[in-house]
Write a new protein. Structure first.
Length: 186
């Protein structure tokens, strides 16, 4: 009888151990200098990453969750080492992959004038705007990144009111502000 209890306890304890080691790999990631507007459960800003052999290509993958341990700053390109864990029972609306920072290899600020394009309004989601605010209080992207719209604030305001979808061409100002250089009306 004691042997049966002992075997039962051993089986129960071994079934409770974490199997993260067998579900994880070490990877190298490159992280782009700006977050992309995207739609998950709601409108959001997501990291763009390249993993291992895709580094240096034109292919970026959108990462809808954060990288644990990384203090991401807008305007910098990162190359990092991370542990990639597979989550065996992810939530229905969650990712099956988790990245955990192990080392920052390189963090390089992009050159002044480096431009990038973001969706600012889409007809794929209701409400469709990624841009909040107005001319008097200023504009932000999802209340996370300030927009310096300089001489085209009226154009931006008008496009938000009248266009179904449009994009903006931006450049970096600092870690929490981007400058709207022009609009692309689709």
């Amino acid at each position: 009888m004691k042997n049966i209890i002992l075997i039962t306890v051993i089986i129960l304890l071994s079934s409770c151990t974490s199997d993260n080691d067998s579900n994880s790999t070490d990877v190298t990631l490159k992280i782009n200098h700006y977050k992309e507007t995207a739609i998950g459960l709601d409108k959001t800003l997501v990291l763009q990453i390249q993993e291992n052999n895709n580094i240096g290509s034109d292919n970026w993958t959108l990462l809808y969750n954060e990288i644990d341990g990384l203090n991401y700053e807008l305007g910098y390109i990162y190359e990092i080492n991370a542990r990639k864990e597979t989550i065996s029972n992810p939530p229905a609306d969650g990712s099956s992959v988790k990245y955990i920072l192990t080392d920052v290899i390189i963090k390089v600020q992009v050159e002044n004038g480096a431009s990038f394009e973001l969706d600012l309004k889409t007809d794929l989601f209701n409400p469709p705007n990624y841009v909040y605010g107005d001319i008097t209080q200023g504009f932000t992207i999802l209340n996370e990144i300030n927009i310096d719209c300089n001489t085209i604030c009226n154009e931006l305001f008008s496009a938000l009111a009248n266009e179904n979808s449009f994009k903006g061409i931006f450049s970096h100002v600092n870690s929490d502000t981007i400058k709207l250089e022009s609009l692309i009306i689709e």
